[in-house]
Write a protein that binds this ligand. Structure first.
Ligand code: PHB
Length: 389
């Protein structure tokens, strides 16, 4: 009698185990919507984010939270007017479980609005619009990158400490440029400097000549600038071609020289910028990441690749805690907000508003690299003004 009971129990266990395996095998694939710029001035940024994300997934054996991944990709063209339609298609037509995107702040703000209203999980792997981790913050919205004012604020402190007194700023006229300049101005003027003129042109224009002439005539102590991608390549080259790099130092948010140095060549030599990543950090974590990335894509990684990689890490931390279930938003949030993310940039935690609290390196362009030469701002947290969560 006893023997039969035991064997029945064993049979039940075998059945339960095999059912469990069958369930895991049958778990539907995790649909990841990648909404990124795959064309236009930010195309290389979108591709680097996509690569970084894929690299982390590959390192996990192709699964996140126990579920295999399938991708749906949308080229958002860095075009805010198409953003709401694009993300709605991903959510309603393609039924994605999570959206990863994007680069451009104007596009990301439209995405965040839809994500907030629909409750769709959104991880932003670049766009720094301050409002997203401010008044628009939400339990289901996360950022693996920065907020726009952060690198500017760090660079204003650097300029102030060097005793520079007058600055002109130049950028594209949209949220990212405006906020980057605002960050610079805040800390530079706190240190006793004065921003004498804020120059701008519409995104993604690259007709810089008239503005460069204005800078040459005004001769400020320093110029602070926010550009990125193909626009940054052209701006730095034009600045040098006008001979301004010999007389007025050009500072920038690190995007000005990140992923761009091959194309900028000598025109970027010696430039100082600030960013939450740099080349040659020479940590075990970063070295392993850089090696794996170079092997996989035959390219050197940049800050965008790191942000894509970390977006995947954050997703994995959240989904490992919920058994792959994206609807368990509280458990997901608890896991991600209490975690230390083991980023190639250095470990970081998220602020209450879901933005990384991180060091901003001061970098100098040496050869084809943005070499870290110090910390511009330590454990800088975006204040998350207006975020009620
Ligand atoms: C932005 O629009 O928020 C943005 C774009 C490109 C960058 C950084 C920020 O490199």
């Amino acid at each position: 009698m006893k023997l039969i009971k035991v064997s029945l129990l064993a049979a039940n266990m075998v059945l339960a185990l095999s059912l469990g395996t069958a369930q895991a095998q049958n778990a539907p694939k995790l649909k990841v919507g990648m909404m990124l710029p795959y064309s236009g001035t930010f195309a290389s940024l979108g591709n680097a984010i996509d690569n970084g994300f894929q690299l982390f997934v590959k390192e996990q054996g192709g699964k996140i939270g126990g579920r295999e991944i399938t991708y749906v990709r949308v080229d958002d063209e860095s075009e805010p007017s198409k953003a709401t339609d694009n993300i709605n298609k991903l959510i309603k037509r393609d039924n994605v479980d999570v959206v990863i995107g994007t680069v451009h702040s104007g596009v990301a703000m439209a995405m965040a609005k839809v994500a907030k209203e629909s409750g769709t999980l959104l991880i932003i792997p670049n766009a720094g619009a301050d409002i997203i981790t401010g008044p628009m913050c939400a339990k289901n919205i996360y950022r693996s990158s920065f907020s726009n004012s952060q690198p500017g604020y760090a660079m204003g402190e650097v300029a102030g400490k060097k005793g520079l007194k007058s600055a002109m700023t130049i950028t594209w006229k949209y949220a990212a440029g405006d906020e980057s300049v605002k960050g610079f101005k805040e800390s530079f003027e706190k240190a006793g400097g004065k921003v004498t003129k804020e120059l701008s042109l519409p995104f993604p224009n690259v007709e810089f000549q008239a503005l460069l002439t204005e800078i040459a005539a005004a001769k400020p102590d320093v110029v602070y600038s926010f550009f990125a991608g193909a626009g940054a390549v052209k701006f730095v080259k034009d600045y040098a071609a006008a001979g301004l790099n010999k007389t007025i130092p050009l500072y920038g948010a690190g995007f000005l020289t990140d992923g761009t140095l091959d194309a900028q060549g000598d025109s970027a030599k010696g430039m100082l910028t600030s960013l939450h990543y740099a080349d040659g950090l020479n940590t075990k974590r970063d070295n392993a990441f850089r090696l794996a990335y170079a092997k996989e894509f035959k390219l050197q990684p940049d800050v965008y690749a790191v942000q894509g990689y970390d977006a995947a890490q954050m997703l994995a931390i959240g989904l490992n805690a919920t058994g792959g279930d994206v609807s368990k938003k509280d458990d997901f949030a608890k896991a991600v907000t209490s975690a230390t993310i083991d980023s190639p940039r250095g470990p970081f935690k998220l602020s209450k508003a879901h933005n990384p609290i991180q060091d901003f390196y001061l970098r100098e362009v040496q050869g084809k690299e943005n070499k870290p030469i110090g910390i511009a701002s330590k454990a800088l947290a975006d204040p998350g003004r207006g975020c009620n969560m």
